[in-house]
Design a protein. Sequence first.
Length: 218
Amino acid sequence: MAGFNADAVVSSKYYTSHKEFLSKRECDVICNTLDEWEDYVLGMDSPETEYDGLTAKFTVCNWLTHPDIELLDIPAKLFKLPEFRHLPHIVIQCWGNILRHDRGLDTHTHEAIRPQIISDIGHFHNANIYLRGEFNTTLYEAEPNTSDAYFNIFREERNEVGQLALFSSDLEHSVPKNPYETPRYSMALDIYPTYGLAQHHNGHPLSLKRFRTYRNNV
């Protein structure tokens, strides 16, 4: 199974995807919510980051807690996937991205901890749900030990509406600048298989503005 061994340890440099994770109607609900609340969230105080727009507010707003999005029960959908169905709970951080014309996301990973100590505490899962837009391209680091990886060539993924990309927190990825006038909408998640792993990566105690723990009731 992609991403896990028997002890629920997240594999390094893995990638998989699940198409039709969300329906178009569910994607529209999220997009409409992002539009309606964008100005409010942009006005929230937050630490400076290398990002801008809604992406920069990942430290102060968890969109899964918004009542309209909460009704979609995205955590329950995650527990139905093979990567999570055996876990008793998961800890999730979730933020929204609206990339308008000529805006993108530079190459990055979601691991802020020094690489030399990651082996002691482990990786976690990243997820990206493509919601809407003419521009549906995401670039992902090539599979290790391949010719593309040797030459640092990134793999191009053309996302479908509602598609969930799932990958390890050490996998580099990016979104090229949006060449269209219509915005590109997506939702990003950091998913931790244990509370302790979330604390190791983000400190103690975990901020309730950022993180929520969800129990597996599926």
